[in-house]
Design a protein around this ligand. Structure first.
Ligand SMILES: *Cc1c(COP(=O)(O)O)cnc(C)c1O
Length: 222
């Protein structure tokens, strides 16, 4: 299937409540152009330099989502244009995004990444770190970021019950944040689900899926 066919098939299968992020990391601009021509306007990348190169040459009505782990010293390269940062898992990073957003007179939307998988390698906050972070005065003083949701990645496993359980846990945490609102906290996005597990994620309440290989084909890492 072509990129266009795969994209449209997935898009048409998603409930109206679920937003599709087309994960184009490692893929050439020509692939993104094909998806763009088929109507896709939200792209996800996991390296700031690569995303910036693509942003420079692609149409300006695209929303660029940073889905990978962000190094503090690289935030400045995307702060002019990034529309959503999915993988925020420390106050230090949030503070740097706030600082760089201020320079551009913007408010940058962020998702807090939660650790839900069994693997210890995956980044993310636990429940008490999340609570402490959003309750702190330091957090409340950040005027140039807005936390609009949570993101998480399930364990890489064939065990669908395990995956469901992890997504279910994230959904529960998401639910507990619905009643807490402030100027920089308004939780309405639940980013969970990739090519291999997005159907399970949607069953568990995902509102945003990040799909790469099922649209663009498998990636070759050098
Ligand atoms: C690469 C990546 C994806 C997409 O993965 P696929 O399996 O190709 O759909 C989603 N989320 C994150 C954080 C990623 O790094």
């Amino acid at each position: 299937m072509s990129i266009k066919e795969s994209l449209l098939e997935i898009k048409n299968s998603l409930p109206d409540t679920v937003t599709l992020v087309a994960v184009s990391k490692t893929k050439p601009v020509s692939d993104l152009e094909e998806a763009y021509a088929a109507g896709q306007r939200i792209f996800g990348e996991n390296k700031i330099q690569e995303m910036t190169q693509k942003w420079e040459v692609m149409p300006k009505d695209i929303q660029w989502h940073m889905i990978g782990h962000v190094q503090t010293n690289k935030v400045k390269y995307m702060s002019e244009y990034v529309s959503l940062v999915h993988g925020v898992d420390s106050f230090k990073l949030l503070k740097e995004i706030n600082k760089q957003a201020k320079k551009h007179n913007r408010v940058i939307e962020c998702l807090l990444q939660m650790h839900i998988a069994e693997e210890s390698t995956k980044f993310g906050l636990n429940k008490s770190e999340l609570k402490d972070l959003i309750a702190s005065d330091d957090f409340k003083s950040l005027d140039n970021i807005k936390v609009t949701g949570l993101m998480g990645m399930a364990t890489f496993t064939e065990d669908t019950e395990q995956i469901k359980k992890e997504f279910g846990t994230l959904k529960q945490i998401y639910n507990t944040l619905q009643d807490i609102k402030s100027t920089n906290l308004d939780v309405k996005i639940l980013s969970m689900g990739m090519s291999g597990d997005y159907k399970l994620a949607i069953e568990q309440g995902s509102t945003m899926v990040r799909i790469g290989s099922s649209i663009f084909g498998s990636r070759n890492y050098l």
